[in-house]
Structure formats: C-alpha cells, structure tokens
Design a protein around this ligand. Structure first.
Ligand SMILES: [Zn+2]
Length: 300
C-alpha cells in the first residue's frame, strides 16, 4: 500500500480491499510484537535497576553507623510485641550478616536479658559469655525449670538439677542480675538454690551471698510442692534470704501457703501475691514491715 492510498483511507470512509485488509493486519501484528518485546526489555531493565538499588542500600554501603544499627536493634528487641524471647531475637539478628552481628556485639543493651528454659545440661560458660556482653548494664535472667524432679521426698531429697548444673555460681558471678524470674516446677528448688549459694559463701566464695544480694526485682513462681510434708523443712525465712535493702519489687505465686516468716523489705515498692488463701495476718505483718510499698496486688 503506497503512502497516498494510506492517506485516503485514514481521511475517508472508503472500504478496504481483501489485499488491504491482509496488509493492515500484518502491520498491526508486527507492531504488537514490537510493543511486547519493548515491554519485556523494560521489565528486565526495571528489575536490574531494583537489584542495583538494593545493593547500594545504606546497609550494604556501611553508611549506617554501628551505633544507629544498635539503637534500632535495641528498640526492636526491648520494645517488640514479638512473642519470641528477646535472646532468640538477638540470635536471629546476628545471623543476618557479619555487619549486623558486629553491630549487635557492640550493643550491650540487647545482651542483658536471657531466658533459660527446660532442663539441664546447660552450658553455663556460654551463658556467662552472653551476659558479659551486657557490660555493666542491669541484667534480667529468667529460669523456667521444667525438670520432673522425681525422687524428691523428705527422707531422700534430691537436689534440683539446675542447682547441680551450676546455677548458683551463675547467679553469684559479678555482675549479678538485677531482675530474676524463677518459674519452678517444684517449690523446693528455691530452697535448694538458696542452700547451695549459702554453701558457696561458706566454702570457696565468701562474696557469693553479697553478690546475690544485688537482686532488686524477683518474680518467684512455684507450680507445685512435690510432697506437702517436705515443704515444712523449708527455712521459715525463705523469702527473706533475699537482700532486705535491695529488694524493690516482688511477685510470689505459690500453690499453697508455706510456713514462712512475713516479709521484711524496707525498700519494697511493689508486691504481688498470687495464692488462693494468703493468711490475712501474714499479709498485714508483711505490709507493716514494708513501709515503702506503693503497689499491692493480690490475685485470688
Ligand atoms: Zn528444680
């Protein structure tokens, strides 16, 4: 089709011959193919641009100072709504890349919280190394004891596996945790722990009891007493084994009331008691001995 005929067709309503129809269809087809080819090339170019842009991100160029990365990690780990424990979040951060690991290692704030769960054996040297990265910042240690403790009875009391595995040494190594969460299957385990720390104090570590005294915030949960009669063997001043001066926040959840002395913590500001029947006299005596108390929660 020559140019003149094409002009006539586009400026009039002239009908097309069979040859002209074929010709126009061929032209249309070749242009559609050209458009598809160009669109494909465009897509490839856009994808390449995105790859280059991501490679040039501030993190890849080391343009974000370690301190800023550390602040982001701290915000994410400490304020996260994430259901993962903070130590697992830290582990994941360290696995992203060498740069993130270096930034994490240079951020003491994210190493101060650790949750130990399950049952020994536990590598306490690794735990100690983890906590040492927190520098001088306050630490929070959670122990969730899931041992079965079979064999605990009054005549043949077995020592809690956590205590045997080295927990007393961990809890009395400087700097000691400021916040301690003890969620124990067996209430007697706390007594085992305190006995072991006292023994450390008398034997090779005269400073053990003093270091243990740094705990300011204690959450103690005992799920059960293996043998109710055994609980009578517990020291009556069980909770007062913690520092009277340091303790500022205490939460106690017991399966049944123990014959323990009332609390006497002059600097205690928060107290939470969870038990169906705390003896009223015990609670009143404890309140009288805790003049700084501001918040009292009793969960019935
Ligand atoms: Zn135990």
């Amino acid at each position: 089709m020559d140019h003149h005929r094409f002009e006539v067709l586009t400026s009039s309503n002239s009908t097309l011959s069979a040859l002209e129809i074929d010709y126009l269809r061929q032209q249309l087809n070749s242009r559609s193919q050209a458009i598809a080819r160009l669109q494909n090339e465009l897509k490839i170019l856009q994808s390449e641009c995105e790859t280059y842009e991501s490679l040039l991100s501030p993190l890849r160029r080391n343009a974000v100072p370690l301190e800023i990365l550390g602040l982001i990690f701290t915000k994410a780990v400490l304020n996260s709504q994430n259901s993962l424990p903070s130590d697992e979040q830290v582990q994941r951060i360290c696995l992203v890349c060498r740069g993130w690991r270096n930034a994490a290692l240079a951020t003491p704030a994210i190493w101060g919280q650790l949750e130990l769960k399950g049952s020994p054996p536990v590598n306490f040297a690794t735990i100690q190394r983890w906590l040492s990265r927190a520098g001088t910042l306050p630490r929070r240690l959670s122990i969730i004891d899931e041992c079965s403790h079979e064999g605990i009875d009054e005549d043949h009391p077995t020592v809690c596996p956590w205590v045997e595995a080295g927990l007393p040494a961990l809890l009395t190594e400087a700097p000691t945790p400021k916040e301690l969460i003890l969620i124990l299957n067996e209430g007697q385990c706390l007594q085992h722990l305190l006995n072991a720390i006292q023994k450390l104090n008398f034997d090779e570590r005269p400073d053990a009891w003093e270091l243990w005294d740094s705990i300011q915030d204690l959450q103690f949960v005992a799920n059960q007493w293996h043998d109710p009669s055994y609980s009578h063997c517990l020291h009556s001043d069980l909770l007062n084994c913690f520092s009277q001066e340091s303790m500022s926040s205490l939460s106690v959840t017991l399966p049944s009331f123990l014959q323990i002395d009332h609390l006497s913590f002059p600097n205690l500001t928060e107290l939470e008691l969870a038990l169906r029947r705390w003896p009223v006299k015990w609670v009143l005596d404890s309140l009288a001995e805790s003049p700084a108390l501001r918040y009292l929660t009793i969960n019935l």
